[in-house]
Design a protein around this ligand. Structure first.
Ligand code: BGC
Length: 414
């Protein structure tokens, strides 16, 4: 783990130097399938678009790279005989997801399956109960049962090298879904959100809400990152810290706990309870004297939930600016109740659309669109990637972002 962690940090250093390019990439409005040109090459889409003065991912800013999904997908649609990519003909696609317990993976799996089946593919969808050995054997059975493409969201991106190399030996392309698969040539494409940008959005949100450039400060900040075995966590942390670290260095932001480095702020398995316990300890040691906590950078919603639970029980001041990610229901309710400030919205429907398109492009021999060739080196190869741009939701824009887009109903949030 230690060696792995060091290699993560080294790669993170590389990411930092590339990050600003990565954060400028965005997906244009999800491409409709019929617009895809047929060639045999991989196409890199240049979608560079930067605007340094605003919080990136602000859906109310027309110049911001937002990724709007077409929520009008008809769940009962049949394969369209005039669409060259709807040519599934029963070809089998294997989908391996980490767990059903987290809403997003459950939805991701179901939506991928539904859309691929609508396009005429047969789908073997398996959830691995967050158990690495189960995931390995499920993937092996997908290889042996004739799957033509595998879509894999790894539980642990470092433990699938052998099995994806078996797929490679059997000429089965592998799409790493959301999380990268490391240390192997067996991964063919990566479909994910722009993880660095997700962190950048969180850092910018704190910068603007504390008005760090125009107010005197200092302000107290605490930091909660994700699981050290999930490299996405390093990207989130890097993006946010690229915004916040200069203010920490100048003293405008003060981390009273002194816990700033990734290994000190990581949250094992993204566990809510672990974040809550750490926040409890920080409040007892550093904020029980009445010191004001102004902001908490939380990399995702499960860590944010732990932090708000702890604040609710132990902290007497107002809720600080708290970031999150995933727009989980409990966190959206907290946002509406003023306990959490924002959550990065990764519209998993966009990632599903993109992944379905990739599968279809691979299986029909069409050009596979990517928009990034250099950010995700998995230790062995640069994995051709399509990175979908995230946006953020807060109490001001949640209606437009989450309800109008059909992601949630008003009832679910009340
Ligand atoms: C995903 C996040 C999620 C976290 C915990 C990460 O790999 O990118 O969206 O919050 O895992 O499941």
């Amino acid at each position: 783990m230690c060696k792995r962690f060091i290699s993560l940090i080294l790669t993170a250093a590389l990411v930092l130097s590339l990050g600003l390019c990565a954060c400028g990439k965005s997906e244009e409005t999800t491409k409709k399938k019929k617009k895809v040109k047929k060639t045999t090459k991989t196409e890199v889409i240049d979608t560079d678009e930067t605007d340094d003065t605003d919080i990136p991912g602000d859906p109310s800013d027309p110049s911001d790279p937002t990724d709007k999904t077409d929520p009008t997908d008809d769940p009962f649609a049949q394969p369209d005989p005039t669409d060259p990519l709807d040519g599934g003909n029963g070809q089998k696609v294997g989908i391996s997801m980490p767990t059903k317990l987290l809403r997003r993976w459950d939805e991701d799996g179901k939506n991928l399956k539904r859309q691929l089946e609508e396009d005429g593919y047969t789908v073997d969808l398996q959830y691995a109960d967050n158990d690495v050995s189960i995931q390995n054997s499920q993937i092996e059975s997908m290889i042996n049962s004739g799957c033509k493409v595998l879509v894999i969201a790894p539980i642990d991106g470092f433990s699938l090298g052998n099995v994806v190399e078996e797929a490679q030996a059997a000429n089965i392309p592998v799409i790493a879904y959301d999380r990268l698969i490391w240390d192997t040539e067996g991964v063919t494409y990566y479909a994910s959100f722009d993880n660095y940008m997700a962190g950048l959005i969180q850092g910018e949100y704190i910068r603007q809400n504390l008005d760090l450039d125009y107010s005197d400060g200092p302000y107290n900040l605490e930091i909660f990152a994700g699981d050290p075995g999930d490299f996405n966590a390093v990207f989130f942390y890097s993006g946010a810290m690229d915004v916040l670290r200069p203010y920490i260095d100048s003293g405008k932001l003060v981390v009273r706990s002194g816990q700033v480095d990734f290994q000190d702020v990581a949250t094992s398995a993204w566990r809510t309870e672990d974040a809550q316990n750490r926040m409890d300890a920080i409040i007892s040691s550093f904020y029980s004297d009445g010191a004001v906590l102004d902001a908490v950078l939380c990399s995702n919603d499960s860590t944010a939930l732990g932090v708000t639970n702890s604040l609710e029980a132990m902290y007497v001041g107002n809720y600080p600016v708290i970031t999150g990610q995933d727009c989980d229901l409990a966190n959206m309710k907290n946002i509406l109740n003023g306990k959490q400030s924002m959550s990065v919205f990764k519209d998993t429907r966009s990632l599903v659309d993109r992944t379905v398109l990739m599968v279809e492009q691979i299986l029909t021999g069409a050009e596979v669109e990517i928009n990034d060739t250099s950010t995700y080196n998995n230790g062995v190869i640069n994995v051709p990637s399509f990175l979908v741009a995230p946006i953020f939701a807060d109490k001001n824009n949640y209606k437009e972002v989450l309800i109008d887009s059909g992601y949630y109903t008003e009832d679910q949030l009340s």
